[in-house]
Structures are given as structure tokens and as C-alpha cells.
Design a binder for this molecule. Structure first.
Ligand code: MG
Length: 454
């Protein structure tokens, strides 16, 4: 974890200027706080090494001070926080594979991290969060059930985006579509659940003409579930790669047949190779983290392969569209989801100042977060945190630089909370008690209340 300025240095006030009193926020009286100049220093327990529970509670206390100041309410000695409260200042968004889950099992620190966010700590401070994964192949509801079981907590579809979620908005645009990838009939079911009117699969096409894929024969199960139709009479208007292909050779053959066809009619060949249907990928991740020692090929690799073969055969560039991270549209989608989730579940109707995005893939998670943060479409701060539990390899330099790098998701949550504590305390020190200019600290003093990231 590359955080300089430990909690001790962060919370220990520097040498005070003459006439400035140190004041404990626990023992302070109303007069102490209203008759400046004064500096509020943290209570003793915050100066000791502590876990994130205490940190979260301290943040909530600091936030309450600031809320009172902005509302011009009188400041009194802090009391015990209520049983449950939710911070509105910030939120988290998590990638899943390589961050929370690896090889179908929860990464051990993930369960503790979720408990902290859910307010299962001494003071009951809750921090809203959502999940943004490029993965897919199941409905959002099914994936949330899996995640609930893996993380030992309830995950709602209302806080979940997967790679193909934005494809839902394209259901009205096309008639017959080809859906590729995933296990069995799953992706057809997902697409039909999204409202696509006529969904066919590579299995349907092979069932109609077994010579389509010389080396792939349908299994008994596939033969049973694939739908018989005459593709000589069908125009496929778009191709959607919903999830990772289970049969690259067969699926690529069928996709290329369509891309080189006249208006998506199988059996035809365009002379110009620009009459085929559009193709959409639910994401563009080249690799992903599994239980294997090395990363495995992802959908981005299939896309690269298709592009290379299409160019070799047609001398033209393949045109395609990818959703998912790092596309800015996915982060806009995530922004809307987070806003709705905070409103529906936590009763918060204002955007968070900061969203901490925790991911393991520099090319999608970190790049997407950074580029969205810098885009004019982003109205708050999106802060990228890279974890070392996924595709990241020690000794390598990420292609896109995160704002912080930590060992695992638990450290990421602690980092975000600690950073908020520092921000809240710094703000409080600068603002003083709301009735005067407060104490203006020298630059070197301010630095002691600041976390420096990568
Ligand atoms: Mg990942």
C-alpha cells in the first residue's frame, strides 16, 4: 500500500503556532469551540492504531461536526453516535473478479470489507456501494444470488451492473439478433429477459446446417434446446457477444459468415464486405484472473482474433462496439445506478463527493475510472484503487496509473475511509467553528493532515 503519512502522522497535529490551543474533541465545551482560535485534535482513541471500524466511526463524528457548521447549528460536545447512520459524502464501487471473487470463491478479505461497509462495526456507520463487473453470462438476478452466497450477505440487482447490462437498452432497436457466448441457453434467456424480440444462437444455426462448423457437433443437450429454423430466410440484424465464447472456432466461423454476408443473411457473401450486421461485445478485457497461476484469455482476445481474421480475409477493418469498462458510458450508467441505490435504500438524494472504484485490471478498471474522472461528464470525483489480488503482477508497471495501489479489497476500503477522515479533519481545521475564519495552518502543517497517494 503506497500511502505515505501514516495514521499517526496524519492525526498528530504539528507544532502549534503561538496562541493556538490544542483542544480535544471529546472534552471540548461549547465555549471552547466557539471562542477561537482553536484547533480540534482527535480524541485519544483515534491516535492509537485501530481497525477500520473506529476509523469509520471517527469519520462520521467529523462529518457531523461539519454538517452542524454548515447548518449554523450550535456545536456541542460529541455524544455517542446513533445505532445506525449512513455517510452521504462518499461511496464505493467494486469490480468483482480478481477483487472480491477468484476462481468462484470469495477472496478472504472481501467478506470483512463488506461487513465494514454494511455498518457491522462498533458504531454502525454504513457506506453505500455498488458492483460494476465486465463479467456476464447470467441474468443480473442470478449473478446477485451467486454473489450473495459467496460474500455471505445480500446483494441486490439494484446495486449491480454486468458487462451486458447496457445491451438492455438496445432490445427495441433490432429484430432478429444472434447472441454468442455463455453456458447453454443462458445468454438467450438473458437477452429475451431484456426484451429482445427474436434471439438465435450459434446452436440454432448449426442445427439448421451441420456443415457450418466442420469440427463442432452439437451435443445431445444442445441438439434438444437449439431451435430449428431456416436461416436462408432470416436476416440477422445484429450480433451480440454477451459472454465468453465456449467454442472460439465455431463461434468465430459463424460471426465471420455474418459479418461478410449481405445484410445478415447466412449463405450470402458481400462483394464489398460492408453490408453485414453490426457486432457488439459486452466488454473488451483481454485477460481475466481465475484460479490458474496466469491470467486467462477474455472477450477482448476473441475480438482481437476476429479483427485479425476479418482483415486477413477481406482486407478491411472490422467495425465493432464494446460496452463495459473502460467505456465512459458504463461509468455514466454506474453513476445513475449509484444515485438510484443511494436514494432508494439510504434515502440520500444528493451525489457523493467521491466514489472509490476498486479494481484489479488497469486497462479497464483504472483506465475507465481515471478517464471518467477527467471527463466533463463526471460531476464528482472518481478515485481509482488497484488491488494486487487479480491480474496485477508484482514488479510490473500498470499501463494506467491508479490513484492508489493496495494489497486487497479490505485495504482498499480502509484506504478510502482513512482518506475521508483526513479530508474531513482538514476541512474542519480550516473552517474552524463556523463563526470566524478559523485557524489557517501553514503548508507543512496541512500536509500532516493529508494522505499522499501513488
Ligand atoms: Mg477484475
Amino acid at each position: 500500500m503506497s500511502v505515505t503519512g501514516t495514521k499517526e502522522t496524519m492525526l498528530s497535529p504539528p507544532n502549534m503556532k503561538r496562541g493556538v490551543r490544542r483542544l480535544s474533541s471529546v472534552i471540548a465545551t461549547l465555549d471552547d469551540l466557539s471562542l477561537g482560535p482553536s484547533v480540534v485534535v482527535p480524541p485519544q482513541h483515534m491516535e492509537q492504531p485501530s481497525d477500520a471500524h473506529e476509523t469509520a466511526a471517527a469519520l462520521e463524528m467529523a462529518k457531523r461536526h461539519i454538517s452542524r457548521i454548515s447548518a449554523n447549528e450550535p456545536i456541542s460536545t460529541p455524544t455517542t453516535p446513533p445505532a445506525t447512520s449512513t455517510t452521504d459524502a462518499y461511496a464505493f464501487a467494486f469490480d468483482i473478479d480478481g477483487v472480491l471473487i477468484r476462481g468462484g470463491e470469495a477472496i478472504p478479505e472481501a467478506i470483512e470489507a463488506m461487513k465494514i461497509l454494511n455498518g457491522q462495526n462498533q458504531y454502525g456507520v454504513k457506506i453505500p456501494y455498488i458492483f460494476v463487473t465486465n463479467g456476464g453470462g447470467k441474468s443480473e438476478e442470478e449473478r446477485c444470488l451467486d454473489l450473495s452466497r459467496q460474500l455471505h450477505m445480500e446483494v441486490s440487482p439494484g446495486q449491480f451492473i454486468c458487462g451486458h447490462t447496457p445491451m438492455r437498452e438496445m432490445a427495441e432497436r433490432y429484430g432478429t439478433v444472434l447472441v454468442v457466448g455463455g453456458e447453454g441457453e443462458k445468454c438467450r434467456q438473458v437477452a429475451e429477459g431484456y426484451g429482445f424480440k427474436d434471439v438465435c444462437t450459434p446452436g440454432d444455426i448449426i442445427k439448421d446446417n451441420v456443415n457450418t462448423t466442420p469440427f463442432r457437433k452439437l451435443t445431445k443437450d444442445e441438439q434438444e434446446h437449439s431451435r430449428k429454423r431456416n436461416f436462408g430466410e432470416v436476416e440477422i440484424e445484429a450480433v451480440f457477444v454477451f459472454a465468453d465464447s465456449r467454442d472460439w472456432a465455431g463461434d468465430q466461423q459463424i460471426i465471420l459468415d455474418l459479418l461478410m454476408s449481405k445484410k445478415g443473411r447466412l449463405g450470402t457473401r458481400s462483394e464489398t464486405f460492408d453490408e453485414g450486421p453490426p457486432i457488439f461485445f459486452s466488454h473488451n478485457d483481454m485477460v481475466w484472473a481465475t484460479s490458474h497461476d496466469h491470467t486467462r484469455l477474455g472477450m477482448g482476445a476473441l475480438r482481437a482474433s476476429l479483427e485479425a481474421v476479418f482483415k486477413a480475409m477481406t482486407k478491411k477493418e472490422m467495425k465493432s462496439t464494446a460496452f463495459g469498462k473502460p467505456q465512459v458510458g458504463t461509468f455514466q450508467f454506474a453513476t445513475r445506478l449509484l444515485q438510484q441505490w443511494r436514494k432508494d435504500v439510504h434515502g440520500i438524494d444528493s451525489p457523493p463527493q467521491t466514489v472509490y472504484f476498486v479494481g484489479d485490471t488497469p486497462e479497464s478498471d483504472i483506465r475507465g475510472t481515471n478517464e471518467f474522472n477527467e471527463s466533463p461528464l463526471c460531476e464528482n470525483t472518481w478515485y481509482s484503487i488497484l488491488v494486487r489480488t487479480g491480474v496485477f503482477r508484482e514488479g510490473t508497471k500498470p499501463g494506467f496509473t491508479p490513484m492508489a495501489t493496495v494489497d486487497n479489497v479490505l485495504e482498499a476500503v480502509k484506504h478510502g475511509i482513512q482518506r475521508e477522515v483526513a479530508k474531513a479533519m482538514k476541512s474542519q481545521i480550516i473552517d474552524g467553528n463556523g463563526e470566524g475564519p478559523g485557524v489557517i495552518l501553514e503548508e507543512d502543517q496541512l500536509q500532516d493532515a493529508t494522505i499522499t497517494d501513488d
